[in-house]
Design a protein around this ligand. Structure first.
Ligand SMILES: Nc1ncnc2c1ncn2[C@@H]1O[C@H](COP(=O)(O)OP(=O)(O)OP(=O)(O)O)[C@@H](O)[C@H]1O
Length: 816
C-alpha cells in the first residue's frame, strides 16, 4: 500500500474520532439515562466505534513513516486504547458481567464479527525489539549454562531409575535396528522392481515433458505457501519499518541541527529585540504610573506576561491585584472549608431524616464516569486539526520530516531560553534603575530563595517515600539478580506462542440468549478479547496502565487443557513481558524460611519493576488459598504466599507495569473470600463450543497436511468431540498425524474415523465438571452480584443492603 492509502486511513480515523469526541464532550452535561437497555446499547455502540478507530489508527501508526505525524497518531492511539478500557469497565459494571455481546449492534451497523477484534499494537514489540532480543539472548545463555532444568514452561521430567533407563535404551536400539533393516529391504525390493521393469520395457528414457508432469503431480512438501501478492505486501511492510527507523533518525538529527541554527542566526536578534522591548516597558510604566514596575516573577511567566498585549497600567494593576489577592485567597479557602464542613453536616442530617432518599435520587439514572483519557485525546485531536488537517504535504513524496514544523517549535523553544536569560539580566537592570532613580533599597527577591527552599523540601519528601521500601539487595546489579532468578527457575521463558495461535470463534447468539434470560457460555474468542483488554493493552502501554481502570491480578480458571498456560505465554510474547513463575510447586523448597521468602519476593519484584512489563504467574493458584491442604501436599507448603500476596498487591503502584496471573483448574478448592480478594478479575475459560471445535479441527489438521483434507468430515468430528478440550484435540491430531501417516497422505486420504481411537482414550469435560465451575463462579463477587440482579431476585432483601453500599461509594467518589 502507498503512503496516500495510510494517510487517508489516518484522516478518516481522525474524522471519526472528532465526531465521537463531540458526542462524548457535549457543551451541556447529559442527563442521566434511565433505561438500562438503552444505556447498554449506547455504550456498546461507543465501544464498537472506538474499536474501529483503534484498528485504523493502529495500522496507520504501524505503516506511516513521517515522524511528526507518527507522534500525533501515537498520542491519539494511546488515548483511544485507554478510552476503550474505560468504556469496557462501564459495560462490565452496567451488565454485571465480564462478557458483553454486541451481535445485534454489529448487525445494525452492518459489520462483521471480525471488526470487534481488538488489535494488539505492533509497536509494543517493534519499538523495543533490540532490548528484547538482547534479553532473550542473555536468558538463553544463562539457561544453557544452567542446563535448562526447570526453567521452561514445559513440565519437568521425573528422574529415571537405572533399570528403566536401560530398558528405554534397549527398546530404542531395537527400533533403530528394525528401521534400518526395513529400509534395507525396501531398497532391495525397489532395485528388483526396477530391474524387472527394465527387462520388460527395455532401457527407455522418459520424455522430459511427461517427466515434468509426473513431478508436478506430486504435491510439494510445503503446501502452506504464501502467494506472491502476500509476499510482496510483506516485503513492503518490512521496507516501511526500515524507512520509519531511517526517517526517525533523520528527524532526531534535524531537531538538534535546526535548533542550533536558529540559536546561532536568530538568537542575538531575539535578545536585542527583547531587551529593547523590556526597557521600553520600564520607561512607559514609569511615565504612566510614576514609578518603575515590579518585574513579573518566573512562575508568572517573566517578561512573557508583560507582552500579552496589555497596556502598562493593566500589567501594573494586575500585579498589584495579585499581591492583594494573596491574603484574601487564604481567607476564602478557610471559608470554603467551613462551608464544606457545614454542607457535610447538613447532608448527614438529611440522610438521618430521609433515609435512602438521596441515594435513590442518585441511582435513578446512569451517567458515564469522568474519563482520564478524553482530555488527552481532545488535545491530540486539536493538534491534528490545527497542524495537519489543512496541511498540504504533497511535496513530501518520501514522507520524511517537515522542517518548517520543526522550525516553528524550535523557534519557540529558543525564544523561551533567550527570554529566561534576558529576564535575569533585566531584573538586575531594573533593580539598578530603581536604586539609581527611585532610590529604592536593594530588596533581595525572596521568591527565588523561597522557591529553592520549596524544591528542597519536595526532594526530601521523595527521599522519605523511598525509604519506606527497604532495598534488601542494594549492592547488587539487576543483571546479577536476573541471572540468579533464572538459575533458580523463578524467571522462565514463555512458550513461543502468539495470541493469534489461540483458536476461537465468535459467539453469534449472545444477545439473543441474554434477551431470553439465558446466560450464554462465553466463547473462546470472547476470552481472547478479555485477555487483550485486561492484560495486553495495559502491559504494553505505560499511559494506559497508569490511567485506565487498574487490573493488578487476573485469574484464568477452567478445566485442564483449555489453554490457560497458552494464554499466559501469549500475554508475555505479545508485550515483551518477563515471566516469573511463583507457582506453589515451583517455589517449594526455594529460599527457605521467612527471611528467605522475603528475599525471594524482593528480588522478583525488583527485577519485575526494573525490566517491566512483567507477568508474575501462579499456576494452581487455588493451592495458595487451600481450604484444607491435602496430606500429600503438606510438605510442599502450598500456602506459603498467602500472607504476602496482599502485601505485594499493595506495593504495586500504577507506574509498575506488573500483572499477577493465576491459573487454576480447581478454583473450588480455595477459600473463596481471600481468593477473590486477591483475584478481582476472574475469567472462566469454557470448553470449546461447536463452532470453535470446527475451526480448531480444520486449522490444526490443515496446518500439518495443507489442503489435502477433502475426504475429512470436519463437521462430524466437531460434533462428536463435544466436551473435549483444545489440549485433547491437539493431542489427538499429534498422535494420528505422525511422520509415517503424513508420508502416506497423498495415497491414503485422511478420514475423521482415524482420530476416534486417540480421542476414546481421553476423558472429556463432563457436564458435571462444567456445572461445578459455573456454580463456583456464581459464588464470586461478580457472580453473586449478577445473580442478584437477574429477574426474580428483586424481592431479595439482601439487594437493598447492596444498593445502600453502592450508593455510598458513588457518593464518596463524587465528593472526591
Ligand atoms: N484455543 C486454543 N487454540 C489452539 N491451541 C490450544 C487452545 N487452547 C489450548 N491449546 C493447546 O492445548 C494444549 C494445552 O493447553 P494449556 O497447557 O495451555 O492448557 P491449560 O488449561 O493450562 O491446562 P492445565 O490446566 O492442565 O495446566 C497446548 O498445546 C495448547 O497450545
Amino acid at each position: 500500500m502507498s503512503h496516500t492509502f495510510y494517510n487517508k486511513m489516518w484522516v478518516e480515523a481522525q474524522q471519526n474520532l472528532g465526531q465521537l469526541l463531540e458526542q462524548e464532550m457535549p457543551l451541556e452535561p447529559p442527563k442521566p439515562e434511565k433505561d438500562r437497555m438503552a444505556t447498554a446499547q449506547q455504550l456498546g455502540t461507543l465501544y464498537i466505534r472506538y474499536v474501529q478507530i483503534f484498528r485504523n489508527l493502529e495500522l496507520a501508526y504501524d505503516q506511516i513513516t513521517q515522524p511528526q505525524k507518527r507522534r500525533v497518531i501515537k498520542a491519539v492511539l494511546d488515548g483511544v486504547m485507554g478510552r476503550i478500557l474505560e468504556v469496557k469497565n462501564e459495560l462490565v459494571e452496567l451488565e454485571i458481567s465480564e462478557f458483553q455481546y454486541f451481535d445485534d449492534i454489529l448487525q445494525d451497523m452492518k459489520m462483521g464479527p471480525e471488526s470487534l477484534e481488538i488489535p494488539i499494537p505492533r509497536y509494543f514489540i517493534k519499538e523495543k525489539m533490540k532490548v528484547l532480543k538482547d534479553r532473550e539472548r542473555i536468558l538463553s545463555q544463562i539457561l544453557d549454562r544452567v542446563g535448562a532444568k526447570n526453567t521452561d514452561m514445559v513440565k519437568t521430567l521425573k528422574p529415571m531409575s537405572l533399570d528403566e533407563a536401560v530398558r528405554v535404551i534397549q527398546v530404542s536400539e531395537r527400533a533403530r535396528q528394525g528401521r534400518l533393516r526395513a529400509k534395507f529391504m525396501k531398497e532391495i525390493n525397489l532395485e528388483e522392481k526396477r530391474e524387472r521393469f527394465a527387462k520388460t520395457q527395455g532401457e527407455i528414457t522418459l520424455d522430459p515433458d511427461i517427466a515434468a508432469q509426473r513431478i508436478q503431480k506430486v504435491p510439494p512438501p510445503h503446501f502452506y505457501k504464501k502467494s506472491i501478492a502476500e509476499e510482496i505486501a510483506q516485503k513492503t511492510e518490512t521496507l516501511r519499518s526500515e524507512l520509519q527507523e531511517q526517517h526517525e533518525a533523520e528527524y532526531q538529527h534535524a531537531l538538534i541541527q535546526i535548533k542550533d541554527t536558529i540559536r546561532e542566526k536568530e538568537g542575538p536578534n531575539m535578545k536585542a529585540n527583547l531587551q529593547d522591548q523590556i526597557r521600553q516597558w520600564f520607561i512607559e510604566c514609569r511615565h504612566v504610573t510614576g514609578k518603575f514596575p515590579d518585574f513579573p516573577s518566573e512562575e508568572d511567566g517573566g517578561s512573557s506576561a508583560i507582552f500579552a498585549q496589555k497596556t502598562p497600567e493593566q500589567v501594573a494593576a494586575e500585579i498589584a491585584a495579585k499581591e492583594e489577592a494573596k491574603p484574601k485567597k487564604k481567607k476564602e479557602k478557610g471559608k470554603k472549608d467551613k462551608e464544606k464542613k457545614k454542607g457535610k453536616k447538613d447532608k448527614d442530617k438529611t440522610k438521618g431524616k430521609k433515609g435512602k432518599g438521596k441515594e435513590e435520587e442518585e441511582e435513578e439514572g446512569w451517567k458515564i464516569k469522568p474519563s482520564n483519557f478524553l482530555p488527552d485525546m481532545a488535545s491530540a485531536n486539536q493538534t491534528y486539526e490545527s497542524v495537519w488537517q489543512q496541511r498540504d504535504d504533497s511535496w513530501n513524496l518520501h514522507q520524511t520530516y517537515d522542517a518548517q514544523l520543526i522550525k516553528e517549535s524550535k523557534t519557540k523553544e529558543v525564544e523561551d531560553e533567550v527570554r529566561i536569560q534576558i529576564d535575569e539580566l533585566m531584573r538586575q537592570e531594573l533593580q539598578n534603575l530603581k536604586m539609581a532613580v527611585d532610590k529604592e533599597k536593594n530588596k533581595k527577591k525572596k521568591g527565588g530563595k523561597g522557591g529553592k527552599k520549596k524544591k528542597k523540601g519536595k526532594k526530601s519528601g521523595k527521599k522519605k517515600k523511598k525509604k519506606k521500601e527497604k532495598d534488601l539487595t542494594p549492592d547488587r546489579t539487576i543483571d546479577s539478580l536476573y541471572e540468579e532468578l533464572v538459575t533458580e527457575g523463578l524467571l522462565i521463558k514463555p512458550k513461543s506462542i502468539k495470541l493469534s495461535d489461540f483458536i476461537g470463534e465468535y459467539s453469534y447468539l449472545g444477545t439473543t440468549l441474554r434477551q431470553a434470560d439465558i446466560e450464554p457460555m462465553p466463547s473462546l474468542s470472547d476470552v481472547k478479547q478479555l485477555l487483550v483488554l485486561y492484560g495486553i493493552l495495559p502491559l504494553g502501554c505505560e499511559s494506559v496502565h497508569e490511567k485506565a481502570p487498574s487490573v493488578k491480578t487476573l485469574l484464568l480458571a477452567g478445566p485442564s487443557g483449555v489453554g490457560k498456560k497458552m494464554l499466559v505465554s501469549a500475554l508475555c510474547n505479545e508485550t515483551g513481558a518477563n515471566l516469573f513463575n511463583l507457582s506453589p510447586s515451583n517455589i517449594s523448597g526455594k529460599y527457605p524460611g521467612k527471611s528467605g521468602l522475603q528475599m525471594m519476593l524482593h528480588m522478583v519484584l525488583k527485577v519485575a519493576r526494573q525490566l517491566q512489563p512483567s507477568v508474575i504467574w501462579i499456576d494452581d493458584a487455588e493451592k495458595t488459598f487451600y481450604k484444607k491442604v491435602p496430606k500429600t501436599e503438606k510438605q510442599l507448603d502450598p500456602k506459603r504466599l498467602k500472607k504476602d500476596l496482599p502485601k505485594i498487591l499493595k506495593s504495586l503502584k500504577p507506574e509498575d507495569r506488573i500483572l499477577i496471573v493465576g491459573t487454576s483448574h480447581r478454583p473450588f478448592d480455595a477459600e473463596i473470600k481471600p481468593f477473590c480478594k486477591i483475584y478481582k478479575k476472574i475469567v472462566l475459560l469454557p470448553r470449546p463450543d461447536y463452532a470453535a471445535r470446527l475451526v480448531m479441527w480444520k486449522q490444526m489438521i490443515s496446518q500439518r497436511v495443507g489442503s489435502l483434507t477433502a475426504s475429512m468430515n470436519f463437521s462430524s468430528l466437531a460434533k462428536i468431540t463435544d466436551g473435549f478440550t483444545p489440549g485433547q484435540i491437539v493431542q489427538a491430531v499429534e498422535s494420528v498425524l505422525n511422520d509415517r501417516r503424513f508420508g502416506q497422505i497423498s495415497r491414503k486420504p485422511l478420514t475423521a474415523v482415524e482420530f476416534l481411537g486417540s480421542l476414546s482414550r481421553q476423558e472429556p469435560v463432563y457436564k458435571e465438571e462444567e456445572e461445578t465451575f459455573k456454580s463456583w463462579y456464581a459464588k464470586t463477587p461478580l457472580g453473586k452480584k449478577r445473580s442478584k440482579a437477574m429477574p426474580g431476585a428483586e424481592e431479595d432483601t439482601g439487594k437493598d443492603k447492596g444498593k445502600k453500599k453502592a450508593g455510598k461509594t458513588v457518593g464518596k467518589k463524587k465528593k472526591k
